[in-house]
Design a protein around this ligand. Structure first.
Ligand SMILES: [Zn+2]
Length: 421
């Protein structure tokens, strides 16, 4: 038995309530709940909210925060990120993923969808931190036979490894992008994903250059090209999805492709403006992610929500577009359902993925409208307690072991900085 009783907490759609969590489920919401519990939390001056689901990140890059900034994507990757990544060892990635999980927990996130290398270390660190995730290695081949074979072998091995992971971990096939994965491999990825019933997580139409190169090579835009090879027979999660025409949005909608909006990364790399209004109008399922700290430079979903809402208004020249409650749903319940999690709302029978925020924090005051404050004003500093699958990951703003996790996050930089130009 693992029962948590939260007393006298503000519910975003109700007044002050008690919330009982029994195992992984929110079992009861009401007044004066009086049942024996393993843990009682005083919710006075706190509000209970669903926790966030971060739909696109690369947690193993967290140790590269601030390593290279202020340049365009291809220069950033080729001259800085990829050379730096060659210097890592297993332990660096373990440290990086724990560090990323720490940051996500501190900012109210309990689930992330990850694409990265060093899968065993990523898996172990995620399990050790108690977070929920879809994890998968990134498939790269650059059209080379040896890399094709190596990536296929790696995908098969990591998929098998994931079968023994704890039940909070799902597997997704990371297909890096159309400019790093050849057509033959894209078809292999599609078949692998369909055969094993796992989703594909891929960067699609992130930059204008990606679109121009695709048109030159295939005579089609990226989404048209992927449709032409039957790629969307798989369950595809498309990170960025910045440069889509209306027709490409329809292809997404008709094939149930999820478009993952990464507003901070898109702004920092000047990749372009995600057309939130048209995506929603066309009926595309939209999710929200941070991308990695190397292009953001944090994993705070509060900032991502605010940024997404502001950009949607600016780009459509319409302040009524993307109201607070809409982007909050994107970051919570919409994302949860896309990953098959019956959570993202604080209601009886739902999965207990939630957080308590401090209603005495200045960013949540004077308190006219909690939803407005959460989306347009709050940040991670407002988060007090985080619960994932009915287990407490942070209480009173403390995650067990956080000092050591931060110290370990410096090791990679300390080792390679002097040799890296
Ligand atoms: Zn990415």
């Amino acid at each position: 038995m693992n029962k948590i009783l939260i007393k006298n907490v503000k519910h975003i759609e109700q007044d002050i309530v008690d919330v009982l969590i029994d195992g992984k489920i929110i079992s009861q919401i009401g007044n004066n709940i009086d049942v024996p519990a393993d843990k009682v939390i005083d919710g006075t001056d706190k509000a209970i909210l669903p926790s966030f689901y971060n739909s696109h990140t690369h947690s193993g890059m967290s140790i590269m925060r601030g390593a290279a900034d202020d340049m365009e994507l291809f220069q950033w990757l080729n001259e800085h990120i990829w050379p730096l990544e060659k210097l890592r060892i297993d332990e660096d990635v373990y440290n990086a993923v724990r560090f990323a999980c720490l940051e996500m927990i501190k900012s109210g996130t309990t689930f992330f969808s990850d694409m990265y290398e060093f899968f065993p270390m990523t898996l172990k660190a995620t399990e050790d931190m108690g977070m929920k995730a879809f994890l998968g290695p990134a498939f790269f081949d650059f059209g080379k036979e040896d890399l094709m074979a190596l990536s296929r072998k790696k995908m098969q091995e990591t998929f098998e490894l994931a079968q023994n992971a704890d039940d909070k971990i799902g597997f997704s096939v990371g297909a890096h992008a159309i400019y790093t994965v050849c057509e033959e491999s894209l078809k292999w990825i599609r078949d692998f994903a369909v055969a094993n019933g796992v989703p594909v997580h891929m960067h699609i139409s992130e930059t204008e250059k990606e679109v121009d190169d695709c048109v030159k090579e295939h005579g089609l835009r990226p989404v048209e090209y992927l449709e032409s090879i039957g790629f969307f027979e798989a369950n595809v999660f498309a990170a960025h999805s910045v440069w889509l025409t209306d027709d490409e949005m329809k292809i997404f909608r008709d094939n149930n492709v999820k478009a993952i909006h990464n507003p901070c990364s898109n702004q920092k790399l000047a990749s372009g403006t995600f057309d939130f209004k048209s995506m929603k109008n066309e009926g595309v399922k939209v999710l929200l992610g941070t991308d990695s700290v190397a292009s953001n430079n944090n994993l705070d979903m509060f900032e991502e929500m605010r940024s997404a809402a502001l950009l949607a208004k600016l780009s459509s020249k319409d302040p009524t577009v993307c109201p607070a409650s809409e982007i909050f749903d994107v970051a919570t319940v919409d994302s949860a359902s896309a990953y098959g999690i019956d959570g993202g709302v604080i209601a009886e029978g739902k999965v207990a993925d939630c957080m308590l925020v401090d209603l005495n924090h200045y960013l949540l005051n004077p308190g006219w409208n909690l939803m407005s404050d959460v989306v347009y004003s709050a940040n991670s500093a407002c988060v007090d307690t985080v619960i994932c699958d009915g287990k407490i990951l942070m209480e009173n703003q403390v995650v067990p072991g956080e000092t050591e996790i931060i110290e370990k996050a410096r090791e990679f930089m300390n080792r390679v900085q002097k040799d890296f130009k």
